[in-house]
Design a protein around this ligand. Structure first.
Ligand SMILES: *Cc1c(COP(=O)(O)O)cnc(C)c1O
Length: 492
């Protein structure tokens, strides 16, 4: 399997190179040149998560040996890293809705599933290429990626990680999770701006040729842990198959039945992996793309026009507060039948005017796969409350966006599997407020109360956060990002 650029102007490369580079130097994103089929026997009921992962990775990481793939899988998916032995868990919610819990990793967000394994994939990839440089991972985060990347990459030899987060744009728990990270190779920086400013700032650093030269002189190179890296997307494909396998195993569906997946969406990485699973033969009916008040994607799917010239809102689901959904580009590339010229033209329009409009043919192809919509913050709160009252299950604010939307889309036949992307403990204040109207701003007391309502122990990712020491307190402006990277390099 080779990887090509969505913009069409870069030679096809093996997976090791795609993972090592992150972004394509021509500005596009690496995508597999075709979609391999995964035989149903490879995700038959009863198979372990690890064996399904092995089957998926074997198809995509064709330059990795079977032993290398196994080593990566066992380093990432074990009982120390994931509290659920099956890595994810699938449970019935109500009616035809099922919940796919993706938050059993060390930081309580679905991003752990990919970020626990990605550093190992990257290390193998570098060895394969004979790359001896220090890899400097730059991450822009709206909250969850940052901590998940820090936990995945900390203390990995040959790698330094620098995380930029929007000052005031993440929850207090998310902030504390990040700024208390230990490890010899981690730095966390608050940036005065929103997530898109951070992401644009990081992209600017990546494309700064002076900076790249300076790093090269120090025998270092940039890479990315954002979901623009193939090493993030590929592991996410696995849980779509694993969830399906589990649904058949429990007798909820018959093998071969279609299911819908409903995904709370920001950067379009999670749902894109679901689309890739569908392309690989998984019987997925619709992919339901759930947006919050920053509804740029649901507007795009409704109208065919992507327009980022709009206000940015900070909501109670901050990991979805995004106006640039990077991975949409990969979806458009696939859904147009790999028309790189079209994709390039749209993304040039986006860069120049902040907007682009797709043609009716592409729109039609998308409509056959994607259903989308958005819900406001009040609906999120009401959904958390009624779900708790009716089922005793406590949703986090992001998952609640998806539950609300999937209820609107419900049909009486097809089961819908909803991705639970974060533990409610991570957003305790907003979740508790939704349940009992409590107005406390003290996240720690909210965590305790939530635990009493949920009748479950507090997620280990937030359990003892109050006792941890704050180790990172840099706060900078967007214009200082380059200087900051150089200063961190100079001190390391
Ligand atoms: C990152 C994140 C999302 C959005 O996922 P994308 O892959 O960016 O679409 C949704 N919910 C939570 C809790 C997240 O951390």
């Amino acid at each position: 399997m080779k990887y090509v650029s969505t913009r069409g102007s870069y030679p096809a490369v093996p997976s090791a190179e795609a993972i090592t580079l992150g972004l394509v130097p021509d500005g596009g994103l690496f995508v597999p040149e075709s979609f391999p089929l995964l035989a149903p026997s490879r995700y038959a009921p009863g198979l372990s998560y690890q064996s399904i992962a092995h089957a998926v990775f074997t198809l995509y990481l064709t330059d990795f040996s079977s032993a290398e793939i196994d080593a990566c899988i066992s380093s990432a998916y074990n009982t120390e890293t994931f509290s659920a032995p099956s890595v994810i868990s699938l449970l019935p919610l109500h009616n035809n809705q099922l919940i796919m819990e993706l938050f059993h990793g060390p930081t309580a967000a679905f991003k752990d599933v990919a970020l626990q394994i990605m550093p190992h994939l990257l290390t193998v990839a570098k060895n394969k290429l004979g790359a001896t440089e220090q890899t400097v991972i730059l991450v822009a985060t709206s909250g969850d990626t940052g901590k998940a990347a820090l936990e995945g990459f900390k203390n990995i030899p040959g790698i330094t990680i620098i995380v930029f987060y929007p000052d005031g744009g993440v929850s207090e728990i998310q902030r504390l999770q990040m700024v208390t990270t230990n490890g010899t190779n981690t730095t966390v920086v608050a940036v005065k701006g929103n997530f898109d400013d951070c992401q644009t700032g990081v992209k600017t650093l990546f494309s700064d040729s002076d900076l790249r030269r300076e790093l090269a002189a120090q025998s270092a190179v940039f890479s990315s842990a954002n979901s623009i890296n193939w090493g993030r997307l590929c592991p996410q494909i696995v849980y779509y198959f694993a969830a399906y396998s589990s649904a058949v195993d429990s007798g909820t569906i018959q093998s071969g039945d279609k299911v819908n997946f409903c995904i709370p969406t920001g950067n379009f990485g999670n749902i894109l992996s679901g689309y890739y699973a569908r392309q690989m033969g998984l019987p997925i009916g619709k992919l339901i793309c759930a947006s919050n008040k920053n509804r740029i994607l649901s507007d795009f799917f409704a109208t065919g026009t992507y327009n980022r010239n709009r206000p940015f809102y900070r909501t109670n689901a901050p990991s979805m507060d995004i106006l640039i959904s990077s991975n949409l580009e990969r979806f458009l590339y696939a859904v147009t039948g790999q028309q790189a010229e079209k994709v390039s033209a749209w993304y040039n329009d986006l860069a120049q005017n902040g907007t682009f409009t797709i043609d009716p043919e592409t729109k039609k192809a998308i409509d056959a796969i994607i259903v989308s919509g958005w819900v406001d913050e009040d609906t999120v709160a009401a959904t958390i409350k009624t779900t708790f009252q009716e089922t005793g299950y406590i949703l986090d604010t992001h998952t609640a966006v998806a539950v609300a939307l999937s209820a609107e889309q419900e049909d009486s036949v097809t089961k819908t599997i909803i991705a639970a992307t974060a533990s409610p403990y991570k957003f305790s204040r907003d979740v508790l407020r939704a349940i009992d109207g409590s107005a406390s701003d003290d996240e720690f007391s909210c965590i305790e109360k939530l635990s009493a309502y949920a009748k479950t122990p507090v997620h280990r990712a937030v359990a003892n956060i109050r006792e941890r020491h704050i180790l990172h307190n840099r706060a900078i402006t967007i214009d200082d990002m380059k200087e900051t990277v150089l200063a961190i390099r100079a001190n390391s």
